[in-house]
Ligand binder design. Structure first.
Ligand code: IMP
Ligand code: ZN
Length: 368
């Protein structure tokens, strides 16, 4: 236990869950295709039918077992990507994911996705991203601010409607060639005025070479895009050190760092995106009690709770806060502070940060 347990104990578990849901929250690490609703996924499987690549029964079984090891996650992503290769589906899942986060009282969502080419469907990386933007425009339940103006509800001027700020990160998959990774960075640059704020490096951590993607990451930095890297999902000291040398704006996971890498991370003060459920379900970390959240929290290292893949890991951002409160004995004030401090690490500009800060100030009186 690292904080005041008593305060947490004042709540029943049901009250604590509800408090975590009401808490305004900032999500910095979630992947679009990993956050598809189960119901949508099953519908997509059904509509797709058996065609040699996808066998419905197998997929239904995979969905039941989803997220229970790193290997199973990447097997399932391969299936997701067969199911979501048309523009309408990309638009639909984007709309649903944003609505789900908004319903969970997330006030800022940095949504990341890997732009994909798919000649058979007439899809280019650019048209894929256009489908994502179309999905944001289609959001019904809240106003979406994408690049400093209302996106889906400009005419209504209804100030009572809830609002979510959405910014986009374009992901480079670790298995991509240098030229493809550079294409993604150039696309991000072109889309800078429509809400794209940075670049993520993700994908199966057992494949790909750091040297292959480094030119693209350097280009992103030269062009003024922020960078976040999936780091230390497997033990790979050479790569972890290279990532720390790169000194990105944020790092995701940082699960399997050796002592000296851990010290270096702390001395560089790189904010960390913590994904508790993901790390436990994939068995990257053996148990929540052993999670590095506790050590980072005790050292006051900058960090933010995130979901990684709400669909794959059957979680929500409020569930991640709930889990942290229960597992590490955080009280209301500590939880509120943790949520509020995430504002410091968003890749959006100062005006958005000010707006979010104001939202937290307004909520403080009601929540504490
Ligand atoms: P997409 O980028 O919208 O297609 O979201 C799914 C993709 O995100 C996967 O294919 C992976 O490349 C990446 N991803 C999701 N979760 C993880 C993770 O835990 N580690 C590394 N990459 C991940
Ligand atoms: Zn991730």
């Amino acid at each position: 236990m690292i904080a005041r347990v008593t305060e947490t104990m004042e709540f029943s578990n049901t009250e604590l869950r509800e408090w975590c849901r009401e808490l305004p929250k900032v999500e910095l690490h979630t992947h679009l295709n990993g956050s598809i609703r189960d119901s949508t996924l099953l519908e997509l499987v059904k509509n797709h039918g058996d065609n040699g690549i996808i066998v419905s029964k197998d997929v239904e079984h995979m969905i039941l077992e989803k997220g229970t090891s790193l290997r199973k996650c990447f097997d399932l992503f391969a299936v997701y990507h067969v199911l979501t290769t048309d523009h309408e589906t990309v638009k639909r899942i984007t709309k649903e994911v944003v609505e789900d986060f908004a319903a969970d009282n997330c006030i800022y969502l940095e949504l990341r996705t890997t732009p994909k080419n798919n000649e058979a469907k007439g899809m280019t990386k650019r048209s894929y991203m256009q489908a994502v933007i179309d999905g944001l425009k289609a959001v019904d339940i809240v106003d979406v601010d994408l690049w400093g103006c209302g996106l889906n509800n400009e005419e209504s001027g209804d100030t009572r409607r809830k609002k979510i700020f959405v910014r986009l990160l374009l992901s480079i998959n670790r298995s991509e060639a240098t030229s493809s990774a550079i294409d993604t960075v150039n696309l991000a640059m072109e889309m800078k005025d429509v809400g794209v704020v940075g670049i993520d490096l993700s994908g199966d951590p057992t494949v790909g070479q750091w040297e292959t993607v480094l030119p693209a990451l350097k280009l992103a930095r030269e062009l003024g895009l922020s960078v976040t890297l999936h780091c230390g999902e497997v033990r790979n000291s050479k790569e972890i050190q290279a990532m720390l040398d790169f000194n990105p704006e944020r790092l995701g996971h940082v699960c399997l760092l050796a002592d000296e890498e851990w010290d270096r991370l702390k001395s560089l003060v790189i904010p960390v995106e913590i994904c508790l459920t993901s790390n436990i379900m994939t068995q990257t970390i053996p148990s929540i009690e052993l999670h590095h959240f506790a050590d980072l929290y005790k050292s006051e290292h900058p960090m933010s709770l995130c979901t990684d893949d709400t669909g794959l890991f059957s979680t929500t951002l409020s569930n991640e806060y709930y889990k942290a409160a229960l597992s590490f004995g955080l009280g209301k004030e500590e939880m509120f502070k943790l949520a509020q401090e995430a504002v410091n690490f968003v890749f959006a500009d100062e005006s958005v940060k000010q707006h979010l800060t104001q939202k937290f100030e307004e909520a403080k009186g009601q929540m504490l």
